[in-house]
Write a protein that binds this ligand. Structure first.
Ligand SMILES: Cc1cc2nc3c(=O)[nH]c(=O)nc-3n(C[C@H](O)[C@H](O)[C@H](O)COP(=O)(O)O)c2cc1C
Length: 339
């Protein structure tokens, strides 16, 4: 496995059952860092002090133009938190979690105090899915996703204040595809936003352990080599929008995760539910492609909200069947752990 993908090579059998508590918590974090983040910025730092793990916002990895409120950063932190807790339950830990333990403007998004008394699991058993989960940007097969699978997916998010709308009809998919196309045109047509995104696009051969290698968009090594320059320099919005719109219309289902409020705590909680949903879909062989662009543009978010009669859409998801894609790079725990 290449160095930039080494983080994915984590084996359950290597859990240090006779090691120190520090070693065991550090091992749990190997599952945490596999969480998704848009566009693989991995905007987190982690610390371990005695029995407490802290999840800290890394604002040096924020996206001031694309994500000025850090909404997607906190959604990603929620995903990371879900991975830690699912792994903790798997290895028999009990825990007490506090989100935003230093208040809403503190840098810590969560602190988790672990103990050795396994309590009633709060998550479905999705441990094996953590190392298999990935975003899949390929076109999806047209075959429908079975109704019982859609029900299982909906139930992952079904909590007071959170909801998942799944759209399978052509009219609904067309509407979301149109909103997505307009968001692409606005974002990629804006030089500032385009440059910010280009900073995270990597040639396939790059050794970087973050960002998006061209292969995740289906680009060859040569295309990916030029990709960053072309993407950052020219307005590619029409061609990108055409591909993504067509993929969305052809997919069997489109889903939208929405919430009743829109603040840091809600984003973290939505991230936890979203990662649970993503892992569940992985276990059902249903692929996900994610879009935060329409939500970042207030007038388009408003359109989505009216169409769904939902207060705050958070993430647009294309769903369907396809052959698995390759993982994207990750930094190792040692690279995100601070004293
Ligand atoms: C909150 C959030 C927002 C995301 N938004 C987008 C997006 O707008 N467009 C996109 O192509 N991918 C998006 N992604 C997917 C990430 O790019 C992807 O998770 C990351 O590159 C890591 O790859 P992996 O999911 O295959 O591990 C998003 C992911 C998260 C967690």
């Amino acid at each position: 496995m290449s160095n930039k993908l080494a983080a994915w090579d984590v084996q359950e059998a290597d859990f240090p059952s006779t090691g120190t508590l520090f070693d065991q918590l550090k091992f749990l974090l190997r599952y945490a860092v596999l969480a998704p983040s848009g566009p693989n910025t991995q905007p987190w730092k982690l610390s371990i002090k005695d029995n407490e793990v802290s999840l800290i916002a890394d604002f040096a990895r924020s996206l001031p133009s694309l994500d000025p409120t850090n909404r997607t950063m906190y959604l990603s932190h929620g995903c990371l938190l879900a991975n830690i807790l699912i792994a903790a339950e798997h290895f028999g830990f009990g825990y007490d979690v506090k989100c935003l333990p230093d208040g809403p403007s503190g840098n810590r998004s969560a602190s988790i105090k672990f103990n050795k008394m396994a309590s009633e699991p709060r998550f479905p058993n999705l441990f094996q899915e953590i190392t298999k989960r990935h975003t899949n940007r390929k076109p999806y097969e047209s075959r429908a996703i079975e109704a019982e699978k859609l029900e299982k997916l909906k139930s992952c998010v079904d909590r007071q204040g959170f909801r998942l709308d799944i759209i399978t009809d052509d009219e609904g998919k067309n509407t979301m595809a149109d909103i997505l196309a307009r968001s692409q045109k606005i974002q990629l047509g804006n030089k500032e936003m385009r440059k910010e995104l280009a900073n995270w696009i990597r040639p396939n051969t790059s050794n970087a352990k973050d960002g998006l290698p061209g292969y995740s968009f289906g680009y060859s090594d040569f295309e990916s080599y030029l990709g960053k320059f072309i993407f950052g320099t020219f307005d590619m919005s029409s061609s990108r929008a055409r591909v993504e719109t067509a993929n969305m219309i052809a997919a069997p289902a489109v889903a939208i995760l929405s919430t009743d409020s829109d603040d840091r705590l809600t984003w973290i909680k939505a991230g936890i539910l979203f990662e649970t949903l993503f892992l569940k879909a992985t276990g059902l062989n249903v692929m996900f492609d994610l879009f935060s662009q329409p939500v970042a543009i207030p007038e388009l978010r408003q359109e989505m909200s009216q169409r769904l009669n939902a207060k705050y859409p958070q993430l647009l998801i294309r769903m369907g069947y396809a052959q698995p894609s390759k993982h994207t790079p990750r930094r190792l725990v040692e690279e995100v752990l601070i004293p």
